[in-house]
Design a protein around this ligand. Sequence first.
Ligand SMILES: Nc1ncnc2c1ncn2[C@@H]1O[C@H](COP(=O)(O)OP(=O)(O)OP(=O)(O)O)[C@@H](O)[C@H]1O
Length: 228
Amino acid sequence: MLKSTQLSKGFFKKKALKNVDIDIAPGKIYGILGPNGSGKSTFMKIASGLMHQTSGTMTFEDQPIGTYSKSKIAYMPTEMFFYSFMTIKTVGDYFADFYDDFDLDAYQELIQFMNLDMNSKVSSLSTGMGAKLKIAATLSRNAKLIMLDEPLNGIDLVTREKIIQTIVKKANDDNTLLVSSHLVNEIESILDEVIFLKDGEVVVQGNAEAVREEHNKSIVDLYKEVFA
Ligand SMILES: Nc1ncnc2c1ncn2[C@@H]1O[C@H](COP(=O)(O)OP(=O)(O)OP(=O)(O)O)[C@@H](O)[C@H]1O
């Protein structure tokens, strides 16, 4: 589905990604795991078409990243991306206008599930509320690939649980979720596949259960060992 081959990205002298080979299959939840600065966001930005690689290739369903992939991939960046004058309701209307695959009913349900108020203004939301809104808006698209960059950042424990449940509910045989996080202990249980990125390089990649068996430890413990 999404495939990178020898993908590299440099920012002046800094190499954010180094010869990254990743092959993402449909119907699974992937965790792209690594500490700050390991290249997770750079990988997602290239997949979403917001950034271009320095060398190597990235394809979605065998086509280069472009108009087709953009219509099939939903991407939630770490930054807020709503106009502050909007209300939660108008964010939904705006997304529904913008994306053919946006499901307004699902959005309303998610907003309710996240205990948000449709009439709240974006400018009045706390960091955690804003994070919930981003997730609700992104997960209301029936996209083939949904990429969530650090969905648990700045979120309290109870809400994290809700977000994790929402991600699991969204996953089905026809879509794929790629979730970046450094809060590995919180998301290990929902991951089918894991990718560890260290200084722009893939250092572990595979089925989560197979990785646990091979290393005879949990993903969390392996993460601590690799990134110690
Ligand atoms: N626009 C940019 N200009 C210069 N350097 C950049 C730029 N974007 C990313 N980098 C550098 O590339 C490296 C990878 O950054 P990236 O944001 O992909 O990491 P990350 O794993 O997503 O980290 P975080 O968890 O902190 O978001 C870092 O060293 C970062 O400083």
